[in-house]
Design a protein around this ligand. Structure first.
Ligand SMILES: Cc1cc2nc3c(=O)[nH]c(=O)nc-3n(C[C@H](O)[C@H](O)[C@H](O)COP(=O)(O)O)c2cc1C
Length: 245
C-alpha cells in the first residue's frame, strides 16, 4: 500500500536528512514521506537528546516544505509512533497542505537470543493489541485536520477496520495480516466489514466514520490520559469497569 522501503519495493530514497526519509513510489503517483521520530537508528551515531529532537522536527518541517514546493503530486507523511507530541506535528504538517497521514509506522526493533547471546532482528509483525495507538489518534484527529487519516499498525480483521473508521480514520494500511494470512484474506476482511455494515443498516463508510471520535463524544476523557486517574482512584473497581482483554 502506501510507501515502500527500497529493499522491499519499487520506491527509492530520494533524500535522507534529519530523520526524514523520502520514498518516491513511482507506481502510486503519490509521495510518501517517512518521518522518523524519537528513537535511535543504526545510521545515527549519536544518542538522541531533547535539543537534537526539537532541531530534527524543525528539519523535518523544512524538508517537507521543500518537497511540497518541488513536486506536483500529493504528499503524504507516514509518521513514527515515537514523537513526544504527535498531534502538534500532524497539525504543523497539515498546515503545509499534507494530503494524508499514515499513523503509524512500525519500525524494526532488535531482539536478543539469550542462548547465543547475540542480537537478531525479527520480522516484527504486529498483533491486534497493537492497534490501540492508531485508534486513539484517529479518534483525536477526526474533524481537526484537512489531510486524510490512514490508520496503520495492528489492523488485522474486518472488526479492526470498522473500529478505525468509527474512531475517524479515512482508510487503513494493513501489512502483517497480509503476510500472515496471504493476500486472499483481504476479501475476508472486506466481507466482514460489509456484513457488519449490513447488520447496522449502513450503506457507506461515511455513514459511521468518526461516529465514536473525540469530536462526537460527550465524554472528553475517553481518548485522554485523565481516565487513568479515574482508574487509580477507583482501583477496587478496576476489573469490573475496565475489561482486561
Ligand atoms: C515485512 C514488512 C515489510 C515492510 N515494508 C515496508 C515498506 O517497504 N515501507 C513502509 O513504509 N513500511 C513497511 N513496513 C511497515 C508497514 O508498512 C506498517 O507500517 C507496519 O507493518 C504496521 O502495519 P501492520 O500492523 O499492518 O503490519 C513493513 C512491515 C513489514 C512487517
Amino acid at each position: 500500500m502506501l510507501g515502500h522501503r527500497p529493499e522491499f519495493g519499487p520506491g527509492r530514497i530520494i533524500e535522507r536528512c534529519g530523520r526524514l526519509h523520502v520514498d518516491l513510489d513511482t507506481s502510486l503517483q503519490v509521495l510518501v514521506i517517512q518521518a522518523i521520530g524519537l528513537g535511535h537508528r543504526a545510521d545515527d551515531p549519536e544518542p538522541v537528546l531533547l535539543v537534537q529532537y526539537l532541531e530534527r522536527i524543525d528539519k523535518q518541517i523544512a524538508i517537507l516544505k521543500k518537497v511540497k514546493g518541488s513536486v506536483k503530486i500529493p504528499v503524504s507523511v507516514k509518521l513514527s509512533p515515537f514523537y513526544a507530541n504527535p498531534l502538534n506535528i500532524v497539525s504543523q504538517m497539515d498546515q503545509l497542505g499534507v494530503k494524508g497521514f499514515v499513523l503509524f509506522n512500525r519500525l524494526f526493533q532488535p531482539d536478543i537470543d539469550i542462548k547465543k547471546e547475540a542480537h537478531y532482528t525479527p520480522l516484527n509483525a504486529s498483533n491486534r493489541e497493537d492497534n490501540k495507538l492508531s485508534l486513539r489518534f484517529a479518534g483525536l484527529l477526526y474533524g481537526s485536520v484537512t489531510g486524510s487519516i490512514c490508520s496503520s499498525t495492528g489492523i488485522h480483521t474486518g472488526e479492526d477496520v470498522v473500529k478505525m473508521i468509527l474512531a475517524g480514520a479515512d482508510c487503513v494500511q494493513i501489512v502483517s495480516t497480509v503476510y500472515k494470512n496471504k493476500i486472499e484474506y483481504i476479501s475476508t476482511i472486506i466481507e466482514d466489514i460489509q456484513s457488519w455494515m449490513k447488520s447496522k443498516n449502513y450503506s457507506k463508510l461515511a455513514d459511521f466514520r468518526g461516529k465514536l471520535s473525540n469530536k462526537n463524544l460527550n465524554d472528553p476523557f475517553v481518548y485522554k490520559r485523565a481516565q487513568y486517574i479515574d482508574l487509580l482512584l477507583n482501583s477496587d473497581q478496576i476489573f469490573k469497569k475496565y475489561p482486561t482483554v
